[in-house]
Write a protein that binds this ligand. Structure first.
Ligand code: ATP
Length: 226
């Protein structure tokens, strides 16, 4: 031991290094209302770690992960300004399952590592980890970082209507994305907590308030979810 190092207590030795605060995994299908939910938690002073934001952060020009992708797939993956050409990469992996696996093998560990760092740095009593594919993307291993899973549930017809009203994408595209995501039933089965976003935002927020109060009282769990 270093001369001034504090001894590690048994409890500390058990703590996963990435976070000593409860982590609530927030998920739901496209257009279900995850942003509406995470925005509400943010107004309560809760730190939000967003997997989509992290996925962009790790692919900044000059980042190790983007360099690795260029070396593996070719220089066509970046545009003239050095940014990842997301449309080109999306189209490439859509048609080529091997390329998708390669992309995931490069990006998932980097996303997970950055998410762990952000969870560790979070200052609030608990943290929300928002990830659209939390339950779909088992190999990204994000579920194992969560103490509880909160699902935003919405009937599929309403989901399609809201997402297509918001996005420039066609209803057919949104329906195709929904078909690639977990079914409503399968997602809800894996939830510890479910909020319904089938009505207005006031009704959504009314369900979030008691959950927030419960989460404030949560103990950090040290069991690894699978
Ligand atoms: P994505 O995964 O596609 O980014 P999301 O799950 O984050 O979507 P939101 O962006 O929160 O979903 O909501 C989708 C759209 O539906 C937005 O335009 C939002 O303003 C709208 N919306 C969300 N909740 C409600 C509600 N209760 N009533 C009416 N509109 C809503």
């Amino acid at each position: 031991m270093q001369p001034n190092a504090l001894p590690i207590t048994p409890a500390q030795a058990f703590q996963p290094f990435y976070s000593n605060k409860p982590v609530i995994g927030l998920t739901g299908g496209i257009g279900s209302g995850k942003t509406a939910v995470s925005d509400w938690f943010a107004t309560q002073g809760i730190t939000i770690v967003d997997a989509d934001v992290v996925a962009h952060q790790i692919m900044q020009p000059g980042s190790r992960t983007l360099d690795k992708l260029v070396k593996t797939l070719g220089s066509w993956v970046i545009d003239s300004a050095g940014y990842m050409d997301r449309a080109a990469v999306r189209e490439h992996v859509f048609k080529n399952n091997k390329a998708l696996l390669t992309l995931e093998a490069i990006t998932h560990p980097a996303i997970r590592q950055e998410i762990k760092a952000q969870l560790a740095a979070a200052a609030s009593v608990y943290v929300i980890l928002s990830a659209p594919l939390l339950l779909e993307s088992a190999e990204a291993g994000l579920v194992s970082l969560c103490d509880r899973i909160l699902v935003v549930d919405v009937p599929e017809a309403l989901q399609l209507e809201r997402a297509s009203r918001r996005d420039t994408q066609s209803r057919d595209n949104i329906a195709a994305i929904m078909a690639n995501q977990l079914s409503r039933v399968a997602r809800n089965q894996q939830a510890d907590d479910i909020v319904s976003n089938a009505s207005d935002l006031a009704s959504l927020y009314a369900q979030l308030q008691p959950l927030h109060e419960r989460y404030l009282m949560l103990e950090k769990s040290f069991e690894v979810r699978r």
